[in-house]
Ligand binder design. Structure first.
Ligand code: UGA
Length: 437
């Protein structure tokens, strides 16, 4: 099939490359000339494992190209909308400027039978509004909502082998003509057994909001348990292991630590609350305010623990923060808890050095006043305390015996509960985890 992907960020660039991998002919469109130039040279404008190789591989087949010109959409059968929906400045709601601009820009290039497929995370009701626009301009085109569930760091595998596919069509019916078109787009994952659900459009939009809200709630639940464990002298990691063995609960997403960040969960739960308010259903989601509050408290708690670890004062203490990205295997620092903690430590007088294998350039753009050091062994030199805040494998693998010779004081705060506490203590370190005695 001929496919357009509008928006070439974390979602769209991966989607475009994966659609080409599935055998389609794809054009990715973005307003950012630099991004388009990089992608045209098979270089991802952000870090995602294996994306550069995939871009190279599919570009060699001639099936993937990029453009800044929306006219490149003309002639495609399917047009995916993959632009961002950030949080509005000073408000909880989602900013739909980019989704609206992408849809409006596409309208002149639509032909009868075309399918416009929204993948961006939007407030429920957006799809029906956009469908109205599409219908007025091209009555024989369709607008479908097909939410995306990929995780950064696993984006390619999640796109090629998703857990499920959800198609939100106007009448919620299997017989809707767009269903067969999407089935052809996703023929390969469907053939390998990926379940697919056909729903109406509002349900499809809500599936995404509900999924991210559930994940955020699960993380905040275990972080709330961490607070109780800290007060009671219990260990939240063992508690999570034990409750996770009940397969109705499950161990995934029960990692207590410094909480969730990134470009999705924090803004999505806020946008969901805002939208529910507009719909008169705000009471249904007031618990998400608590989920958000628990999450934000973790950041303050880590700063308090770091102060405790440094004998009551951060003033002049050399603190090394291991990790700046919001999660490992990503260079994304949007709402990164690690960076927000690093900035708070600096405000409280600590001399902070931040290191990360991939995210330092993005971090420096967002927090230019922090000190950054790319080399881990240089970053830890003479540190009074180490704070592991993003669990990159290379930080999990650090050898406490070797490190002991570089730092000033043997103090470590494990913000993700991933280090072997017994081993670090045996090597002479004062070890603090979150929600652990
Ligand atoms: C999230 C969802 O997991 C995806 O399904 C969804 O498609 C995506 O948002 C999106 O809306 O686009 P992502 O933001 O890439 O994906 O990251 P997650 O893996 O969900 O992690 C989010 C945050 O939660 C990270 O800061 C991570 O460190 C934290 N986390 C995760 C925990 O603190 N504890 C856990 O147990 C799991």
């Amino acid at each position: 099939m001929r496919i357009t992907v509008i928006g070439c960020g974390y979602l769209g660039a991966v989607h475009a490359a994966c659609m080409a991998k599935l055998g389609h002919t794809v054009v990715g469109i973005d307003v950012d000339e630099q991004k388009v130039a990089q992608l045209s040279n098979a270089r991802a404008p952000f870090y995602e494992p294996e994306l550069d190789q995939l871009l190279r591989e599919v570009q060699e087949t001639g099936r993937l190209s990029f453009s800044t010109d929306m006219a490149a959409a003309h002639g495609s059968d399917v047009h995916f909308i993959c632009v961002g929906t950030p949080q509005k400045k000073g408000e909880n709601g989602a900013d739909l400027t980019f989704v609206d601009a992408a849809t409006e820009g596409l309208l002149p290039f639509l032909s009868p039978g075309d399918v416009v497929v929204g993948k961006s995370t939007v407030p429920v009701g957006t799809a029906s509004r956009l469908a109205g626009l599409v219908q007025t301009n091209e009555p024989d085109a369709h607008l479908v909502w097909n939410p995306e569930f990929l995780r950064e760091g696993h984006a390619i595998a999640d796109t090629l082998h998703p857990d499920r596919l959800v198609y939100g069509v106007s009448d919620g019916s299997e017989d809707h003509p767009a269903v067969a078109v999407l089935d052809e787009v996703y023929a390969a994952p469907l053939a390998s057994g990926t379940p697919r659900l056909v729903t109406d459009r509002p349900t499809a939009e809500l599936v995404k909001a509900a999924a991210n809200s559930f994940l955020a709630t699960k993380i905040s639940f275990i972080n709330a348990m961490a607070e109780v464990c800290e007060a009671a002298g219990a260990d939240v990691t063992q508690l999570a292991d034990a409750i996770g063995m009940d397969d109705r609960i499950g161990r995934k997403f029960l990692h207590a630590g410094i909480g969730f960040g990134g470009g999705c969960l924090p803004k999505d739960i806020r946008a969901f609350m805002a939208r529910a308010g507009e719909l008169g259903a705000d009471q249904a989601l007031t618990f998400l305010r608590e989920v958000d509050a628990i999450n934000m408290r973790r950041r303050t708690r880590v700063v308090e623990l770091a102060r405790d670890l440094c004998e009551g004062s951060l003033l002049g203490k050399r603190v090394t923060v291991l990790g700046a990205a919001f999660k490992p295997d990503s260079d994304d620092v949007r709402d990164s808890p690690a960076l927000s903690i690093a900035a708070q430590l600096q405000l409280q007088g600590a001399v902070v050095t931040v290191t990360d294998p991939k995210a330092l350039a993005n971090a420096a753009r967002r927090f230019p006043d922090l000190h950054y050091e790319a080399d881990t062994s240089t970053a830890v030199q003479k540190a009074d305390a180490l704070l592991l805040l993003t669990e990159w494998q290379e930080y999990r693998d650090l050898d406490p015996y070797e490190l002991a010779t570089s730092v000033s004081s043997l103090r470590v705060l494990d913000g993700r509960n991933v280090l072997d506490a017994a081993k670090w203590r045996a090597a002479g370190w004062q070890y603090r985890g979150l929600g652990r005695p």
